[in-house]
Ligand binder design. Sequence first.
Ligand code: PEP
Length: 247
Amino acid sequence: MSHTRKRLVMGNWKMHGSFAANAALLDELVAEAPQAGDAEVAVCAPFPYLAQLQGTLAGSPISWGAQDVSIHTQGAYTGEVSAGMLADFGCTWVLCGHSERRALHGETSDQVAAKAATALAAGLTPVVCVGETLDDRDGDQVECVIGDQLEPVLALGTEALGRLVIAYEPVWAIGTGRTATPEQAQAVHAFIRQSLTQQGAGQVRILYGGSVKAGNAASLFAQPDIDGALVGGASLVAQEFLNIAAA
Ligand code: PEP
């Protein structure tokens, strides 16, 4: 099996961390990253700690990103952070439309696509998250739901698609310890790949997320359309995260 797309393993710290805890985690990641194999490794932290990542990860093979971005470029948007601000000090990635933001902050797929567009305009790489709930899956609505979530993103066009990453994260597998089987994940990744290919963007990297651990990463990565992982809980433990990257 040929896997031409460079694998990407990205940690999502969510709202975890402290200056001291991050320092310990990052030091271990930096020291051991060269042994993590050929995968590209990245971490996405809460906004206040991005400067810490910038300083600690400078010169290391690990890149870093934010977990959200404003749709707006500047103005009276108290509490928001623009893509330009993130780009200003060297941020590479930004998660757009993580399921927790869709569920807890009411982000719509149109808004998620607008965030991705804003990020691209500032030179960042958006990681656009999509995924179905358990009800969607039980109701046989997976492709319908993922298709709807993807639609405004696909409308950004071939050039934009070529510069972003998609993460498939079934909501029922996030933080639950319940991972999609490699076959379940591959089926949805193939559907996403087909949708991207129809837009001339078949080489976009598609990450899987949802209770990925060192013990299940290899079987997921063996699937032809899984190009890496978006890792929540396990990204807070350096050795576990690096073992996923090495898988
Ligand atoms: C996530 O936060 O994107 C995620 C997949 O979380 P976990 O790995 O903890 O399920």
